[in-house]
Design a protein around this ligand. Structure first.
Ligand code: NAD
Length: 231
């Protein structure tokens, strides 16, 4: 089976009702990134950061995957599909995708502030002050904040280098290092980019731009790949 690797961003979850922050004037659900998604924000105002991610968790529990997420599950019948997502929601898993790695962390996990390798599941929506890891230190959201290293990046690069087909969905390709992954696709392998807005990158010969939202863009991709929908 050919290996199809997907890099997804906030745009794939837009039709499920989760806003991207770039489409909301640079704010993420009315918050400045600096106030809620940086290590400095955590130092300055941990209550606000905990509240922000508690709200994101509540929202994620109230929405469902959309047709684009399900199309990626369907592609598993035809390809060895590996998803690399920048999203912190769990909609790829909820749709049934088998191989998902989260570059920027996961909403439904927490990590120790003392040892980031201690990671725990969050069963529902709430992470509170006083929730401690086994070492006795406060738990924080298991999110890669702006300015932090991206521990899954090396694995993502290895997966990208093996891709026979690379698909980019719903990402502005503006957040690094994730955006740099397209440069690791082997020469001559096709890169499909699905987005209503053309990303501000230099398009190479192997890049095919499908200007559309994720759900209908995925239908066009399946046509390109000659896959007839059996849903
Ligand atoms: P982004 O940089 O990946 O940009 C969003 C992209 O989605 C834009 O290019 C936009 O044109 C496109 N888009 C908008 N509607 C779309 C649709 N219906 N179908 C397909 N594409 C669509 O993402 P961002 O919002 O700038 O977020 C960057 C980071 O912020 C993420 O990598 C993540 O860590 C975090 N974030 C996560 C979520 C989530 O988990 N759902 C939501 C917002 C932000």
């Amino acid at each position: 089976m050919k290996k199809l690797v997907v890099l997804s961003g906030a745009g794939i979850s837009a039709e499920s009702g989760i806003n991207t922050f770039r489409d909301s004037g640079g704010l993420w659900e009315n918050h400045r990134i600096e106030d809620v998604a940086t290590p400095e924000a955590w130092q300055k105002n941990p209550d606000l950061v905990l509240d922000f991610y508690n709200e994101r968790r509540k929202q994620a529990l109230s929405v469902e995957p959309n047709a684009a997420h399900y199309s990626l599950v369907e592609l598993e019948k035809h390809f060895d599909v590996q998803i690399i997502t920048q999203n912190v929601d769990n909609l790829h898993e909820k749709a049934g995708s088998k191989n998902v790695i989260h570059l920027h962390g996961e909403l439904f996990k927490s990590q120790s502030t003392e040892n980031p390798e201690l990671v725990y599941d969050i069963a529902s929506w709430e992470l509170k002050k006083g929730d401690l890891c086994e070492l006795g230190s406060q738990l924080r959201p298991h999110i890669v904040w702006f300015g932090e290293a991206v521990p899954m990046m090396d694995i993502a690069i290895d997966i990208t280098e093996e891709a026979d087909i690379f698909v980019v969905i719903g990402t502005s390709l503006a957040v690094y290092p994730a955006a740099g992954l397209v440069h690791y696709v082997s020469a001559g392998k096709p890169v499909y980019i699905i987005d209503p807005a053309k990303p501000d990158i230099t398009f190479k010969k192997n890049m095919i731009f499908i200007q559309d939202k994720a759900s209908t863009g995925m239908e066009k991709l399946k046509n390109e790949l000659r896959i007839t929908s059996d849903v």
